[in-house]
Design a protein around this ligand. Structure first.
Ligand code: ADP
Ligand code: ASP
Ligand code: MG
Length: 408
């Protein structure tokens, strides 16, 4: 029997009614001739609530202990879902990430999957059971529980689909696919039937929460097609797959916003070889991801260096930059966490000059000042004031007429 991997997000298993509906969907897939592996997230806002609990005790809890705590959310879901399926008279077993063979490195709270050992899952399937696996969690070489970062259940699902050579990987969520913008923000956003791995990776990395970027990265590397669809209905969703000719004709595929941004400005940094290396390798050694980087030339032997990081890394960055400031003789450091990034993504941009200019023009028409710009072959991002980001997303969505069907 072919294997089908399905993943159900938090809102899809939020309460008893939803859990029972998901159980029915899984049973239906089993009846239609699949060996089903279902990856499940924590119910509703459980993960956020667990983080709040931890913060009541400590502002910076040991990350190993945080993972121990956060992983419990998914364990509640898998046990309840297995009970719901058993109640309907079907053979089923729930497995933790470790039991499901998800082996990770030891970077607690943002661990990477090193390998998947699918032996136990395969054995259970061969004995006729439906297998329910806890998303978001794995085990490191020391036998400790790790978690894969927010949204990590998507990555668990894709990793299992690749390791099991599944026929399909379906990601069930609370919207019916990938849209040209967050449909909760832009009512005219349009569902895409298909999108390439490359474009989806950019959208996800630039703030479209619908898929964890690493899940898309893994899907691209292993050639896994992801079907993003709603667990609340039967409609077909969006296929996230290898490059497709049709996609290239769409100049812009989507607009995103990312509020999780802090701008760091180093004023009067000594202008000599090795300084940028020293600053960015110190940040990299702590696992801090730096995004936009701009260095400006000035009169005299100094430069200004500006870069952005995520809010989560703010405290640690302040500490590291504080240490480097004295050592390197940097005159001043300024932080701004009231900014957001608005981005457009589209493979067709490569061959269509003027796309960036059109985006800048739209922002200007709305009186929105651009602080920093960064581009790649298939995206343009602008750092703007956070309070203006919703206006920006809507205006850009309108400007590129993303709500309209493409006729080719
Ligand atoms: P789950 O709990 O199922 O993993 P998430 O909350 O992680 O669900 O992701 C689904 C949400 O992603 C949607 O409710 C939607 O508001 C948001 N989203 C952001 N950008 C997009 C987009 N371009 N297309 C669809 N949904 C998006
Ligand atoms: N429960 C985790 C989170 O809220 C993982 C996930 O939902 O994918 O981030
Ligand atoms: Mg998610």
């Amino acid at each position: 029997m072919p294997i089908l991997v399905q993943k159900y997000g938090g809102s899809s298993v939020a309460d008893v009614v939803r859990l029972k509906a998901v159980a029915q969907r899984i049973i239906q897939a089993k009846r239609s001739g699949y060996n089903v592996v279902a990856v499940v997230s924590a119910q509703g806002d459980t993960t956020d609530e667990l983080i709040t609990k931890a913060k009541e005790i400590s502002q910076s809890p040991p990350k190993r202990e945080l993972d121990m705590l956060l992983s419990t959310g998914e364990q509640i879901s898998i046990a309840l879902l297995a009970m719901a399926i058993a109640e309907e008279g079907h053979a089923v077993i729930s497995l933790t990430g470790a039991q499901g063979g998800i082996c990770t490195d030891s970077l607690y709270t943002r661990a990477k999957i090193l390998r998947v050992d699918p032996a136990r899952v395969k054995k259970e399937l061969s004995e006729g059971r439906i297998v329910i696996v806890a998303g978001f969690q794995g085990i490191n070489d020391m036998g400790d529980i790790t978690t894969l970062g927010r949204g990590g259940s998507d990555t668990t699902a894709v990793a299992l689909a690749a390791a099991l050579e599944a026929r399909a990987c379906e990601i069930y969520t609370d919207v019916d696919g990938v849209y040209t913008a967050d449909p909760r923000l832009v009512p005219t956003a349009r569902k895409l039937d298909e999108i390439s791995h490359g474009e989806m990776l950019e959208l996800a990395s630039l703030g479209a929460a619908i898929l964890q970027p690493r899940a898309v990265e893994l899907a691209a590397a292993w050639g896994v097609t992801i079907h993003v669809r709603s667990s609340f209905g039967e409609a077909l969703g969006t296929l996230v797959k290898g490059d497709d000719q049709m996609e290239k004709q769409r100049v812009v595929s989507g607009v995103t916003r990312d509020l999780n941004v802090v701008k760091v400005m180093l004023v009067d940094v000594p202008d000599r070889p090795g300084v940028a290396h020293e600053i960015f390798s110190a940040l990299a050694a702590e696992g801090i991801n730096v995004d936009m980087i701009v260095q400006t030339t000035k009169q005299g032997p100094v430069t200004d260096l500006l870069f952005t990081i995520c809010q989560d890394d703010y405290a640690l960055t302040r500490q590291l930059i504080g240490e480097l400031r004295e050592k390197l003789g940097i005159t001043n450091v300024l932080y701004n966490d009231r900014l957001a990034k608005v981005s457009i993504v589209g493979a067709g941009m490569m061959s269509n000059p003027g796309v960036a200019a059109a985006m800048f023009g739209t922002l200007a028409e709305h009186g929105i000042n651009i602080e920093v710009i960064s581009t790649s072959e298939i995206k343009v991002s602008c750092l703007i004031e956070a309070c203006k980001v919703e206006t920006a997303v809507k205006a850009i969505h309108d400007r590129f007429r993303l709500g309209e069907e493409l006729h080719v």
